[in-house]
Ligand binder design. Structure first.
Ligand code: PA5
Length: 439
């Protein structure tokens, strides 16, 4: 289902690192690697409980019947997977019913106000997703939505419209589930946010959107099997991880994920979070970027072709099929030579033309070919990315599953906002900002 092509390294070259890869692979499987307590995703697809799947599908069907909108409140790994997949399959124009809207992933007052205005005459349900149950952006958005529901239906009945996805035991969200009796799903303790798309975190919003989540999990199960070997010859995910590392060691500090399908715009955001938060530590890591071609060939294409060569590209050949053919029209628009051509195959020619142009300018272009555009294929690709990402981070000597760097902004923000737990930092932070004339 997936092929990695156009690598600058032969399998023989890669195999000289086989020992290191095998050691890291075995440590992952034996749960002795860094952050091993968060390796639950490795075999989660093949052990997904049928009963939980049925409950999830039943609740999703009820919401599909009753709702105009499902509002998903979550940030980072708590929304990017679902958003990526829903956008990959929903038509580019017009809203689905139910419409799936995301919030709790920013602190824009205008965004929240506009969402509340939009919802005022709509029947909506809320899926609030937070593993920790204490992420400020998400908790704030949830409070607004909860208030709106309580004003509409009264405190008790409002709970019928809320589904929480959170830790089994801890956090303010789980406490609210227990006190207010919301329906809930569990984010498994051994699966971190950006690896959680195969849990209810990703699956429930996808099911409400009408996506084939069984196919999605089947694709993941297939990938779990296909990328289970330690051998580079048999494991494309490890070949991709090692190729990235070798390119990085040669001064390629950035990876640009190149897509030719607008519907995959949010998939690129998911990829950026996955790799950026997993690898970017201790002053190292490949900076993940993304471009959407051919759109970006008319903006960033110039600097990619002729700017500093500090990056490589990973070109995703995964395009939404359509039999659209260039029609015959009256009048000369210089396109007569293309009449009767399929636009889909023109997309491939644009991809190959660009690959060659960039390569000839000195940019390495890896090609990731995925033959099918389906939930199953996206499940397969996402598992591939997660397996490659974990191995990449291990090759860089870091824990793929923590994000200590994210705490710095959070601490400052919570101190400035006056959170009682951060009181002691408020004064010193305000002082620093005043000295810079920023407060
Ligand atoms: O990958 C991660 O762990 C993070 O991006 C989290 O998903 C994000 O910070 C949201 O956390 P939470 O689900 O606890 O609200």
């Amino acid at each position: 289902m997936l092929k990695l092509k156009n690598s600058p390294y032969s399998i023989e070259e890669l195999e000289s690192y086989q020992r290191e890869i095998t050691e890291l692979h075995e440590a992952m499987e034996a749960r002795t690697s860094l952050g091993a307590e968060y390796l639950g995703w490795l075999h989660a697809p093949s052990s997904f409980e049928t009963k939980e799947m049925e409950r999830l599908l039943d609740l999703a069907a009820k919401i599909r019947d009753e709702a105009d909108v499902l509002v998903v409140a979550g940030i980072g790994g708590s929304y990017l997977g679902a958003d990526a997949l829903i956008r990959a399959f929903k038509p580019a124009f017009g809203a689905n019913k139910p419409e799936i809207l995301f919030c709790g992933n920013n602190l824009s007052a205008a965004y929240m106000q506009e969402l509340l205005d939009y919802l005022c005459d709509k029947r909506f349900f809320v899926n609030v997703i937070s593993k920790s149950g204490r992420t400020v952006e998400t908790a704030l958005a949830f409070r607004f939505l909860k208030k709106e529901l309580q004003e509409r239906y009264g405190q008790e009945a409002a709970g019928r419209y809320i589904i929480a996805t959170t830790d089994a035991e801890s956090g303010a969200l789980r406490r609210q589930v227990e006190e207010e009796g919301y329906e809930s799903f569990v984010v498994p303790a051994d699966i971190g946010g950006r690896y959680s798309v195969m849990s209810a975190v990703g699956l429930f919003p996808m099911a409400v959107a009408g996506l084939d989540i069984i196919g999605f999990i089947e694709g993941m199960v297939q990938a779990e099997e296909d990328f289970s070997s330690a051998k580079l010859k048999e494991n494309t995910a490890y070949r991709y991880a090692l190729t990235r590392k070798l390119l990085y060691d040669k001064g390629n500090l950035l990876e640009i994920l190149v897509s030719y399908e607008p519907a995959l715009g949010q998939f690129a955001e998911w990829y950026k979070q996955l790799f950026g938060e997993s690898e970017g530590k201790n002053g190292g890591g490949i900076f993940p970027m993304a471009v959407a071609n051919t759109t970006d060939l008319h903006s960033l294409g110039q600097i990619i072709q002729e700017g500093p060569k500090i990056f490589f590209e990973t070109v995703l050949d995964l395009r939404k099929p359509s039999g659209l053919i260039l029609p015959v029209v009256e009048g000369d628009d210089d396109l007569a030579y293309l009449e009767g051509e399929e636009i889909f195959s023109m997309g491939k020619k644009a991809l190959l033309a660009t690959l060659l142009a960039h390569e000839e300018a000195g940019v390495t272009n890896l090609l990731l070919e995925v033959k099918e555009y389906s939930e199953r294929a996206l499940g397969y690709l996402m598992y591939f990315m997660m397996k490659a990402c974990a191995m990449s981070a291990y090759l860089g000597g870091v824990n793929p599953f923590d994000q200590p760097g994210v705490e710095a902004y959070k601490n400052n923000m919570l101190a400035l906002l006056g959170s009682p737990s951060y009181q002691e930092y408020k004064g010193p932070i305000e002082k620093k900002l005043k000295e810079r004339g920023l407060l």
